[in-house]
Design a protein around this ligand. Structure first.
Ligand code: SF4
Length: 454
């Protein structure tokens, strides 16, 4: 089994990563692009990269993910990809007719140094971009950053491409961060429930969790429309959820269009959701009875079951914005969060997690890998692991229950349909954690302690 031979002794490594806890920038850029209505992502690089990015998203969402590629071969690698991209732009608008083409780069086109802005300008000059169609672009070299950084770069490009300064209106912008379509749906529902108008972008709900209706639709009904994106510069405020995934776009909206922003944690758990709701209230929202009932139900479940969480040790692996909010939630539930690992770079992650855990006595690392996490767990075993599909190998090796959360999840479903944000998401997480711990307890309980009632 993979990782079976991981040694306990931790030796510091600088030039070697074993099973990085991240994937590549274009995957995140492609995901963000799919959150625009009638947008076709385009990978400026070789076919292999594009196939990998598409298959990552397809396997996670169980939906066909469409994207075009500049299809680099040896010639483009040596002489540059301008000719390929120009021809691709013509073909894409002629054959697939998207409203928006969202181009991201790959390691290869970045290394060559292709000037994508210049190529797009040339395509416009040559009449390859039809009237009323849009092209946005993001630089996403994968030898730095991660899928989360790629996502953040593309969201920033959406602001660059569509937001214009103008007279302020009453709506707010919500930048949801790199979360599931189900989470985006839930955020919209909560904002609407509080009586606020919003533009949430990108919005993959209705795109990557769309219903089966017997017909293939290249551009499903979901996604933020271009019309809505063009009003983002008129909003009275922006709520940016998760500083890594949403911070850069929020800052640009502020400097470009004067839309002030609030940077919040992802609303995972009671405390972070309360903060989200309080901020919406300050912006004119009203907390209605239904929302209070939802909160009350989550609190009730936590109160009833808290004794099963108390002092249980947990290890977390995944994306930085999720991990900070999860650390806070799990600590509030009584867990002892022991190890927190992300593959995404960013030194502030360490202090954010420690602050959320309320202690320095915790192993936190950015730009890290599964090998290191496995070693940490071998040195200090935990009762629960929360992370993506790749964590299943060490969970099996160490016989520790695993809750799948984050990206990618290739071997389960549910993440597309059921949120982890908001009070409903908190309740769902509590249920998942409790079931995982109870199932484990039942499996190993001696006959005389095998109880019918917990
Ligand atoms: S070459 Fe770079 S962009 Fe392409 S799949 Fe590999 S890491 Fe991703």
């Amino acid at each position: 089994m993979l990782l079976r031979h991981t040694p306990d002794a931790i030796v510091e490594r600088e030039a070697l990563t074993v099973q990085p806890a991240k994937t590549c920038q274009p995957v995140g850029a492609m995901y963000a692009s799919l959150g625009i209505y009638r947008c076709l992502p385009h990978s400026h690089g070789s076919q292999g990269c594009c196939a990998y990015h598409r298959s990552s998203l397809t396997r996670h969402y169980k939906e066909p993910v469409m994207a075009a590629t500049s299809s680099f071969t040896e010639g483009a690698s040596v002489f540059g990809g301008q000719a390929n991209l120009l021809e691709a732009i013509s073909n894409i608008f002629n054959l697939y007719n998207p409203d928006v083409l969202a181009i991201h780069t790959t390691c290869l086109s970045e290394t060559i140094g292709d000037d994508v802005a210049q190529i797009i300008a040339k395509a416009r000059e040559e009449g390859r971009v039809p009237e009323g169609k849009y092209i946005i672009r993001a630089s996403t070299p994968s030898y730095i950053g991660s899928h989360v950084i790629g996502f953040a770069n593309m969201v920033k490009s959406i602001v660059e491409g569509f937001s214009e300064p103008g007279k302020k209106m009453d709506h707010i912008n919500i930048l949801p961060g790199f979360v599931e379509p189900s989470d985006m749906e839930e955020l919209k529902r909560m904002v609407k429930m509080m009586g606020l108008d919003s533009v949430l972008f990108p919005d993959t709900s209705g795109v990557l969790n769309s219903p089966q209706n017997g017909h293939y639709e290249m551009y499903p009904k979901g996604g933020t429309t271009v019309e809505s994106l063009k009003t983002t510069g008129f909003a009275k405020a922006t709520l940016a959820l998760g500083p890594i995934a949403s911070g850069p776009a929020a800052k640009l909206l502020d400097t470009k269009c004067g839309v002030q922003y609030e940077l919040l944690k992802l609303p995972i758990g009671i405390r972070a959701t309360d903060m989200f709701v309080e901020t919406l209230k300050r912006l004119g929202g009203v907390i209605d009875d239904e929302l209070e009932v939802e909160r009350g139900k989550a609190i009730d479940a936590i109160t009833d079951m808290q004794q099963y969480f108390y002092q249980k040790k947990v290890a977390l692996v995944g994306d930085p914005d999720q991990l900070v909010a999860l650390t806070e939630f799990l600590t509030d539930l009584g867990f002892s969060v022991r190890h927190v690992i992300t593959g995404t770079p960013g030194k502030k992650f360490i202090s954010r997690v420690k602050e959320a855990a309320g202690t320095d006595a915790i192993n936190v690392r950015e730009s890290s890998d599964y090998f290191y996490l496995h070693q940490l767990i071998k040195n200090e075993k935990v009762d629960l692991i929360m992370g993506n599909t790749y964590a299943k190998y060490m969970a099996r090796d160490m016989d520790i229950p695993l809750i799948r959360i984050g990206f990618p999840i290739y071997d389960r479903i549910g993440h597309q349909y059921f949120p982890t944000v908001g009070y409903k998401g908190a309740l769902r997480l509590v249920e998942k954690m409790l079931n995982a711990l109870m199932d484990y307890q039942d499996r190993y309980a001696p006959e005389e302690q095998f109880e019918l009632v917990m």
